[in-house]
Design a protein around this ligand. Structure first.
Ligand SMILES: [Fe+2]
Length: 469
């Protein structure tokens, strides 16, 4: 796994700016150029998921995920960690794109404190220095001695699983409540959406992995939560702000709420619906908009969610349903929900249709323009899941069997995910199955392993969910 371009710009940018501030001074032309580059590198984070660098022992975390150390960035990585440690910084967060002057002052202080000849015990309180100088966009906190401030892998997984299960419980309550005509607990729904957005922003891999768990019996509830997770992760890649992600997450969680007002026998009948039944099924769009209107909270009407419920089946040129009177361009949120919902539906087993392999569904979404999906959104979904989504079972050119564990964070290596090796070339199961990065090359620069085909988990008797539990 390698750094994404944004991560690379940020880590390298920070290193260069501190280094040049130290050797050339903060007013030198070359330093000012590096400061401009660092400001540009901060931008996608500040406008998107936020920017928090954290050092726990000798590991650097960016927004909660460990920054990948590889041969290429090893030296810079070590310098940045040393620089933060010597300046007595445990957490560095940036809340707005800093001005050139703010960065000059910050870098000047950090360059002095992190100088290898400087005694770190005499660092003083950087926090106070920053506030004395009136720097509002950059915040620092000292290291927490001896305590791993980030929970470990197991804890992160458990936190993700709790978020997922709690959200499903709330989604179940919401659907059943609406079916019975009970008013829903709006606050609980909002909290569930917030937990999903925070979960995706902090640890996308763990929460995303859970959406690979398919529960046939609870389709409506898991579908709503899966679509919500996919939408938030897509929205994040499209650069939406946190507030927009909350709105999008809410819209995604309730987009099919109208289904709870459709008789069960129609919902489970599948493709052999009569014209009349089809018409009733299609009414879930505007019934959904009405149900959401009833979810209004102290006069605050969730307009975006109502629009998405109404529009998510309207295709290009006003095809799809409900029929529109005037030409209408669905909102971006509706387009995102349409792609995420179609993907989750196609990859889930239903009473009337088998689950399709995720890679096949993604290829169809990308190639079949008649489906009318927005190509930018489909591309974001492909980048998110990789061409081989999490949970796909693949055969490698070494004849080993592997399970896709996570998409590669580098978009250039989208076809080379991180996999768990399940069996050796002779078909013997490997325990415990190791994680392998398919983007790894040998000393001659050749890939050690490549995917040759996707296969089905059933064929090899693999219960995918056990590898994500
Ligand atoms: Fe729908």
């Amino acid at each position: 796994m390698t750094l994404s371009p944004h991560e690379r710009n940020l880590i390298y940018g920070l290193y260069h700016a501190v280094h040049l501030s130290r050797i050339k001074g903060v007013t030198a032309e070359v330093t000012l150029r590096s400061i401009e580059q660092l400001r540009t590198a901060c931008e996608p984070y500040v406008k998107g998921p936020g920017l928090e660098l954290r050092v726990v022992r000798r590991t650097l975390y960016l927004n909660g995920s460990p920054v990948v150390q590889d041969v290429e960035n090893f030296v810079f990585y070590r310098h940045v960690v040393d620089m933060l440690r010597r300046s007595w910084i445990g957490i560095l967060s940036v809340t707005a794109v800093p001005s050139v002057t703010d960065l000059q002052m910050f870098l000047g202080v950090v360059a002095r404190l992190s100088d290898p000849n400087h005694d770190p015990t005499r660092s003083g309180k950087l926090t106070e220095l920053l506030s004395e100088r009136g720097i509002r966009s950059i915040h620092v906190q000292p290291p927490v001695a001896g305590v791993a401030t980030l929970p470990g892998e197991r804890e992160r997984r458990e936190a993700a699983r709790r978020t997922y299960e709690d959200s499903i419980a709330i989604s179940r309550e919401l659907f059943n409540g609406t079916r019975m005509g009970r008013s829903a607990n709006v606050k609980k729904v909002k909290l569930a959406v917030q937990a999903i957005v925070d979960g995706v922003l902090n640890d996308e891999a763990s929460l995303g992995g859970l959406s690979a768990l398919k529960d046939f019996d609870e389709y409506a509830f898991t579908h709503a939560v899966n679509v919500c997770i996919f939408c938030v992760a897509i929205g994040r890649r499209l650069g939406l702000t946190k507030a927009q992600l909350y709105d999008l997450g809410h819209a995604a969680l309730v987009h099919d709420i109208g289904m709870s007002r459709i008789p069960r026998e129609i919902l489970t009948k599948g493709s052999s619906l009569t014209d009349d039944e089809l018409e009733r099924m299609r009414a879930h769009t505007w019934l959904g908009a009405l149900s959401i209107f009833e979810l209004r909270d102290f006069g605050e009407i969730p307009f975006q969610s109502m629009i998405v419920a109404y529009e998510h089946h309207i295709g290009p040129d006003d095809s799809g349903y409900p029929a529109v009177v005037r030409p209408r361009v669905p909102s971006v949120f509706s387009k995102i929900v349409a792609v995420a919902a179609a993907f989750d539906a196609a990859t889930n087993e239903r009473s009337y249709s088998k689950a399709l392999p995720a890679d096949e569904v993604l290829r169809t979404f990308w190639e079949d323009k008649s489906l009318g999906f927005d190509p930018v959104i489909v591309k974001a979904l492909i980048n998110l899941l990789g061409i081989y989504p999490v949970g796909t079972v693949v055969i490698l050119d070494t004849y080993e069997l592997a399970l896709v564990h996570a998409a590669n964070s580098d978009p250039a290596s989208v076809h080379r995910p991180i996999v768990r090796l399940l069996s050796d070339p002779d078909g013997l199961w490997i325990t415990p199955p190791p994680l392998i990065d398919l983007a790894k090359t040998n000393e001659k620069g050749q890939y050690e392993r490549s995917i040759i085909k996707v296969t089905s988990a059933d064929r090899y008797g693999i219960d995918v969910s056990t590898y994500f539990a």
